[in-house]
Design a protein around this ligand. Sequence first.
Ligand code: FMN
Length: 249
Amino acid sequence: MSRASKKSSGFKCQVSDFPNQSEITRIVDSVIRGRRSVRGFLPTPVLRETIIEILDVAARAPSGTNTQPWKVTVVTGARKEALSRELIATDLDPARDAEHEQEYSYYPDKWVPPYLDRRRKVGYDLYGLLGIAKGDREGMQRQFARNYDFFGAPVGLFFTIDRIMGQGSWLDYGMFLQNVMLAARARGLDTCPQAAFTKYHRIVTRHLEIPEGEMLLCGMALGYEDPDQTENKLSTEREPASTFTRFLE
Ligand SMILES: Cc1cc2nc3c(=O)[nH]c(=O)nc-3n(C[C@H](O)[C@H](O)[C@H](O)COP(=O)(O)O)c2cc1C
């Protein structure tokens, strides 16, 4: 496992280098709006140089006192397949599954509106598209297990953080993750961020030889969208800014 060491500067490219502000707005907004979680990928490989380019640009994310808390493991090929095999077998076997638990809680212990409603809606919409009926636990579980095959993507990214880092660094990390997804989109690639791996952090860290001092935050599928996959027809809603913003003058 090797990590790139060449330092990069962000000063070379300023927004002012571009002639047309409205064109920049249009392109940047369309990249942000065009990002979505893709759950069906083509097997087309992604060049290593492209992955490095994406991570280099993503690392321009801000972080408190420039601590840059991100650490990434990229997994492809036989290593990815071996990991997927063990994860799927564990997920589909209740006895093996019971031996694993989350290391951190991503979701609230108690779900309340409006989060509960939003969560339900995206679940029903996805399962509805796939023809999985409400209450079809087996169908839902089979679909969920596709996480562990990275939804067919040729590249799996795993994001870890030094355990000594504080909550603020998790905030920084989110900005880096969004940058990864946007930089991928800007290159015609798609992603699906995946917290599904965190339950099996012991399996992931063993396969990927992640040091004990690092915690697994999430995984991410990276690749080219398969436009024929029904899952990819899912479109998710957002509340408009006026519903979550206050102006005090
Ligand atoms: C940190 C994080 C973890 C996520 N984990 C999963 C996951 O394990 N599996 C999955 O299918 N989607 C996962 N998602 C995707 C969300 O369901 C998705 O972002 C949300 O429904 C909004 O849809 P969009 O990303 O297409 O805009 C995750 C998203 C984030 C930000």
